[in-house]
Design a protein around this ligand. Sequence first.
Ligand code: UGA
Length: 428
Amino acid sequence: MGSARIVVIGTGYVGLTTGACLAGLGHQVTCVDVDEKKVARLAAGQVDILEPGLEELVSRGLSAGRLNFVVGAGAAVANAEAVFLCVPTPMGAGGAADLRAVEAVIDEICGVLPAGCAVITKSTVPVGTAQRIRAMLGRVDVPVVANPEFLREGTAVADFLNPDRIVVGSDEEQAARWVADLYTDLAAPNVITDAASAELVKYAANCFLAMKLSYVNAIAELCERLGADIMSVTEGMGYDRRIGRSFLKPGPGWGGSCLPKDTHALVQVAESVGFDFSLLSAAIGENIAQRDRIVAKIAGAVGGTLAGSRIGVLGLAFKAGTNDLRDSPALSVTAMLAAHGAEVTAYDPAVGGELPGMRIVDDPYQVAKGADAIVVLTEWDEFRRIDWSYLADLMQGDSIVDTRNLLDPQVVLAAGLTWLGLGRPRAR
Ligand code: UGA
């Protein structure tokens, strides 16, 4: 298809990536946000989030005149052919998704949407949302389409431009096909379906990934108890093409703005239709247990009692490559350490400022000063390049607890330290 006139509402990492990439594909895109200051910064080409390639795409879109940023959805949609909803859908009461932001936008644009303009949900929304939006709009001349995104934070632009698939669902098939055609330049299989199925694909995929991780974390625990090595176990599993090699790394638990929220939401959705999704609930429980086990491991590394100990933390973001702290397992682990009476000093290459229960410093060596143990909680590559001998001299104790199995144990050992990984034999 040629160029379409598109409005993207919400400029978080999903909305901004979607807007900038659609402009990159040749469409005419207007991005809308309620935050005036953010809109002004974006209009000047300034991107606040850590997303490789995004700032460049935004500048290119701006200078080509294909991308612009405005406040106020009402005016922006008046001439649109498609409106993408990319507003937050946080965890609400009881774990269900909170749709107030989506509802507020629909309220605002309902009366001004031109006939035939497709309203498209991009944020993860509960199954049935497309139908609810249709009812709220009360307009037969406006198709509603579900087009979930599968963007990972930190690789959102690359994921957008090289998707594994494009999923589009609507109860009006023609509208679904028209939306799929917006991406025609991206060579990816299309799944064109009804709205409910498209909405469920997103939850089913994210929850499957969460279950895979909980499973791997449990297998890592078994490895420790049985004297096996998780690295070999996951390597052996991963070659099975039915399992695949990705998402097999154990860690301090899965976090971020998506997996925790979506797992809770799907349990809620299941409950609302009388189905006890105990398999998924167990994966959520396992994710909590994993954090407890990590804290117990750290306690073990400092002689059994955390009270009065000094713990240095490397990494606070929920994963490397982002400064996002939402639902970060590193934050829950540090909070638990502090609650047990440990004194926590932390460093993260992308996180500064102040956080409760810890002191944040500017480099790994300040973390090491007087520490009884150092804990790696986020898999930042730069931690591999630490001068461990220098760091060892600064420490009080000698334990490195590597919850991401990030470091080369031999390098740590050579510095006279002990290394404790996850699901791996203790290196001596
Ligand atoms: C996730 C999905 O991977 C995306 O496909 C989806 O589009 C996105 O949610 C969303 O719903 O918007 P994201 O939250 O950015 O993406 O993070 P992931 O890369 O999936 O990582 C999630 C968590 O799992 C992190 O805490 C990470 O450290 C952990 N993880 C991941 C592991 O512990 N081990 C692994 O092998 C992989």
